[in-house]
Write a protein that binds this ligand. Structure first.
Ligand SMILES: Cc1cc2nc3c(=O)[nH]c(=O)nc-3n(C[C@H](O)[C@H](O)[C@H](O)COP(=O)(O)OP(=O)(O)OC[C@H]3O[C@@H](n4cnc5c(N)ncnc54)[C@H](O)[C@@H]3O)c2cc1C
Length: 361
């Protein structure tokens, strides 16, 4: 090999190495940037998402933890296609334990307490890890002592979850009225106050003098058609205002099928000096049976136009199509009126939500 060729090879090698190093460093830099961006994106509060949205309507989904014994893959199966729409956050519901009577081998019955859908906190962490999306766990008062609630909040804080939807919870299935745990909260406002205290570093044990201050963004529930226990809409809004004054930063509404009710509700809230974002909750309605189950379970009306159209439908596919068109109409109207977020109660019908989202995005 002559000297010229030897030198030429060395220069080529140096150039290739430089370009390789530069490409590697560019790649590493972009990877680090991605990790940072993901980290920044997934550690945002609901209110920060809304602020960053700058007036654009955002989307969020709500899922239930799987029944005990089922895999988290069932959740990923629901969410995988929906992630195409880049939801700003995903809510995960909380389910209290129930008392059931189980038959023993001798024929007698024993009363046992079971939790059918555990895992809310774990699912939130899994969603954040798997999809790099913010998760909003629901926390309920029913069935929990204040101490258990504090421990759950500490777990959430350790996991970097800084959003919580604070709720009272419903009575267990076999009971008519809500009764609090003997050392738990009566109303959602008491839970809001407990979370707010933790944000100030105030723990239940007074010996903890310089406790870590958490930084939870607290959401609460609102009812455009009034909460079923409330004597009248005005008192319901008065209690809602108290929850905001106690430290909640936004409201997510119960499902509704008539947008007029949502718009009227927002107006009543404004009249009552409630200034926080009011996120409308929408549920796809997909079967004739739901025309009676939804009003009885959620205490909301189904508009006559929708109910009559659905009753006329000839098969399940037609019924679903009608429900989908109704949902699309609601979504388009809400986007037009500039709502901050549309929250989908995704539950068992992710395909309907998917089809509607495909048409609006
Ligand atoms: C967006 C959303 C998500 C939900 N997620 C879940 C979930 O994950 N798990 C679950 O179990 N349930 C869930 N629920 C259902 C909820 O727990 C029930 O609707 C429950 O009955 C009320 O909860 P709340 O937080 O609105 O209660 P609260 O705000 O405590 O209100 C309950 C009732 O008491 C009244 N009230 C409030 N304060 C007072 C007071 N000081 N004195 C007298 N009356 C008062 C209110 O007007 C209302 O009628 C959800 C509901 C919504 C809208």
């Amino acid at each position: 090999m002559n000297l010229f060729y030897h030198n030429y090879l060395i220069i080529c090698f140096i150039n290739a190495s430089q370009s390789l190093i530069s490409n590697i460093s560019k790649y590493l830099f972009s990877q680090i940037l991605n990790v940072c961006l993901n980290y920044i994106c997934i550690l945002m509060k609901v209110t920060e998402h809304i602020k960053k949205g700058n007036g654009k309507t955002l989307f969020s989904f709500e899922i239930l933890p799987p029944i005990k014994g089922k895999s988290i893959d069932s959740i990923f199966k629901i969410l995988d296609p929906l992630m195409e729409f880049k939801p700003s956050f995903i809510n995960v519901t909380y389910h209290r334990s129930e008392q059931i009577y189980r038959k023993k081998s001798d024929g007698s019955f024993e009363r046992v307490e079971i939790r059918k859908r555990p895992g809310t906190v774990g699912i939130c962490a899994a969603l954040m890890n798997h999809y790099k999306v913010d998760a909003v766990p629901h926390l309920i008062c029913g069935g929990f002592s204040n101490d258990e609630t504090e421990n759950a909040l500490i777990d959430l804080n350790f996991l970097g979850i800084n959003n919580v939807l604070a709720l009272r919870g419903d009575p267990p299935k076999n009971e008519k009225f809500y009764t609090p745990h003997h050392s738990g909260h009566h109303y959602a406002i008491d839970l809001v106050k407990q979370i707010k205290n933790l944000n100030r570093g105030i723990y239940l044990e007074s010996e903890i003098s310089e406790g870590v201050k958490t930084d939870f963004c607290i959401g609460v529930a609102g009812y455009p058609e009034k909460h079923y226990e409330s004597p009248n809409p005005d008192m319901d809004i008065m209690y809602l205002k108290n929850k905001i004054d106690a430290g909640a930063s936004y409201i997510t509404t119960q499902m509704f099928f008539d947008n007029k009710k949502y718009h009227q509700y927002v107006k009543c809230c404004h009249d009552a000096q409630i200034e926080v974002p009011i996120i409308p909750g929408l549920k796809p309605i997909s079967s004739k049976q739901q025309l009676s189950t939804i009003p009885s379970v959620f205490h909301v009306d189904i508009p006559s136009d929708l109910a009559i159209e659905m009753m006329k439908s000839k098969n399940e596919k037609d019924t679903e199509q009608i429900g989908e068109e109704w949902l699309l109409m609601q979504v388009k109207d809400l986007i037009k009126s500039g709502v901050p977020v549309i929250h989908f109660y995704t539950l068992g019908k992710p395909n309907m939500v998917y089809n509607v989202m495909k048409k609006v995005l």
